[in-house]
Write a protein that binds this ligand. Structure first.
Ligand SMILES: *Cc1c(COP(=O)(O)O)cnc(C)c1O
Length: 369
């Protein structure tokens, strides 16, 4: 029998692999928008800003909004906008975007302020960690604020699942999505994953398919769709097995290491990296929050020539990501990165910047200057 899911803090029937993050956002945000439009959303009695329940009466003012933030991974907004549009809801009106004060992070008070200001938010959909700066969000705080405003709380845990322990059940999270090709180490293009709280099992998924059918009768091939009574209802078609198989070994490795130990080493690695950058790289600044409670698993190094620097690092065997306009994302994945590796990365950056070696590289805007 499957055991409780330690990575996200959930019961086994609340978690399933399938699809990709983007597809899972489509089906889950779609499902919960349908619930809101049917008048089945969270209780809004006593929500100061709201005057009752959602009214699916065609009045645009009554349509539910989805609250996201300015620094999200773009695919999440594309998917949510499409789901709003498909229900006749104008995304320009109803995708409500929390602004960033500093271009790097989102202040949780601004999420709470947006909920106080707008009484139409039906879903708060936030990342657990930002893909560019690596800011870690306070999931319980955001879930609580969403629920107090009569909204569902959904999360994209792409940048924390496998790096930071979560307690989705305890925090009251309604649904979540993540991938297995970042900190879960299952390899490029590996299968997506999702969480749906048990209290929502039995809902009709927005994107229905035979793989989400009640499992015991799936192969009876009934024309009538009966959703599985588990998160498995949000699977859609046949899972890509060759993209799912590596997860078995990768998950076993994490299980053996223990997510809390992984997190401890990850923080020690990023502490070490930040200290070295502060000490040795005056031209580079750290764009990641320094407090442990608000730092995910990677460090954003900011430099005006970030793209060229990333290319030069790759040529020296250091795999980093360039994130426009000025971020080199360095991710010392705890299970297989050593402190000596971190030191070597800083040595390489220092050598590149001191010698100007990065200046020989082209940027995506073209031309070698
Ligand atoms: C990596 C990532 C994605 C990618 O989505 P796929 O559908 O798996 O390609 C989406 N959202 C966030 C926040 C990510 O970090």
């Amino acid at each position: 029998m499957y055991k409780r899911q330690p990575l996200v803090g959930a019961e086994p029937e609340e978690v399933v692999v399938g699809n990709s993050i983007t597809v899972n956002i489509h089906t889950l945000v779609g499902t919960f928008l349908d619930e809101l439009l049917a008048g089945n959303g969270p209780d809004r009695e006593g929500v100061p800003a709201a005057d009752g329940e959602w009214t699916p009466d065609g009045d645009p003012e009554a349509d539910p909004a989805v609250l996201v933030n300015e620094l999200d991974f773009p695919s999440d907004h594309y998917a949510i906008r499409a789901q709003l549009r498909q229900r006749g809801i104008d995304p320009d009106e109803k995708l409500r975007v929390v602004p960033s004060r500093d271009g790097r992070t989102i202040d949780p008070r601004d999420i709470e302020a947006a909920l106080a200001e707008h009484d139409d938010v039906g879903i708060v959909f936030m990342p657990t960690a930002l893909y560019r700066s690596g800011q870690l969000f306070d999931v319980p705080r955001i879930a609580k604020a969403a629920h107090e405003a009569g909204a569902y709380a959904g999360f994209d845990a792409a940048h924390s699942a496998g790096a930071v322990p979560h307690e989705f059940d305890e925090a009251g999270v309604d649904f979540a999505v993540w991938c297995t090709y970042k900190y879960l180490n299952a390899g490029p293009g590996s299968i997506g994953a999702l969480f749906v709280a048990e209290r929502h099992h039995g809902l009709a998924p927005a994107l229905a398919g035979w793989w989400g059918h009640e499992k015991a009768t799936q192969f009876e091939m009934n024309m009538t769709y009966t959703p599985a009574d588990s998160a498995g209802a949000w699977q859609i078609g046949t899972p890509p097995l060759l993209s799912a198989a590596p997860l078995e070994g990768a998950a076993e490795l994490l299980r053996e290491a223990g997510i809390r130990r992984v997190r401890k080493k990850s923080l020690a690695l990023t502490d070490f990296l930040i200290a070295l950058v502060d000490e040795r790289l005056p031209a580079v600044s750290v764009g990641t929050p320094r407090g442990h409670a608000s730092r995910g698993g990677h460090v954003a190094l900011e430099h005006p020539e970030a793209e060229r620097l990333s290319e030069a690092l790759r040529d020296r065997g250091v795999v980093v990501d360039f994130r426009p306009p000025n971020v080199v994302r360095v991710c010392p994945a705890a299970p297989y990165t050593s402190f000596a590796d971190v030191l070597e990365v800083v040595d390489e950056i220092e050598a590149i910047l001191d010698s100007g070696a990065h200046e020989a590289y082209a940027t995506s805007e073209g031309g070698v200057t």
